[in-house]
Design a protein around this ligand. Sequence first.
Ligand code: SAM
Length: 262
Amino acid sequence: MEINKVYPENCIETLTRMPDDFLDLTLTSPPYDDLRTYNGYEFPLNNIIELLFKKTKPGGVVVWVIGDRTVNGSESLTSFKHAIEFTKHGFSLHDTMLYVKNNPIPSDCGKRYRQAFEYMFCFSKGQPGTFNPIMQATQPGKSFKSFRITKVGRNDLAHDHVVPAERKVSNMFFYNVGTSSSRDRIAFEHPAIFPEQLAMDQIFTWTNEGDLVYDCFMGSGTTAKAAHVLNRNWIGSEISKEYVEIANKRLTMYVPEICAAA
Ligand SMILES: C[S@@+](CC[C@H](N)C(=O)[O-])C[C@H]1O[C@@H](n2cnc3c(N)ncnc32)[C@H](O)[C@@H]1O
């Protein structure tokens, strides 16, 4: 199977051709709730999840970025239905992370607060084999040096306590959406991209250099670009010819071989 390539087809076809236990990470945002009109929309969920389970290596991970539509003032529950479906097919729900939008698109949401996040469900096949946590300084400004504080206990005895210099970030990730989410102008010809930094953070966390990252709904190629920048291999499927063209044009700026193959 050729890697570092966007397959212009239904992901079912790409997945079916892959060897079993092939993928280290799938990072994707599915078309859900018919929220937008994609060219060539088709979405057989159960089939896709079943294949993802087969094709993911033991210890591999799927990060599924999804939100809900509001129908007659209530949420569709699509995200949770998908999560339950993944667990029925053998995946564990390892972590429910949030993708919080710093600048959510203004909309009239009736008697509800402004919708500002999507779920990033992290499903794993067994326990994740790789975890490279993103760290932050415990005390902003005093970056990355352990420090000692003296505490006085209940018995009035003072004792030293070493505060670690850094700690893992939380599972809420904050990103700008819209034009500041990528420098690649061409990406915005697609109606529903996720931020490039989101892809960088997830790929960094769950894979190592040389690993294989898949996006079954490649859209404008965000996952591929981030994987390439982080020295991971990648593969993608995109059903719409128009979006495949956008992804390939975008990726040509970073992966010259795409240009040669196209
Ligand atoms: C939410 S968008 C993904 C956007 C992408 N994350 C990005 O940053 O550009 C979903 C994409 O899935 C594609 N799609 C829908 N059904 C598909 C299928 N069965 N196989 C492959 N692609 C599909 C749509 O054409 C659309 O481009």
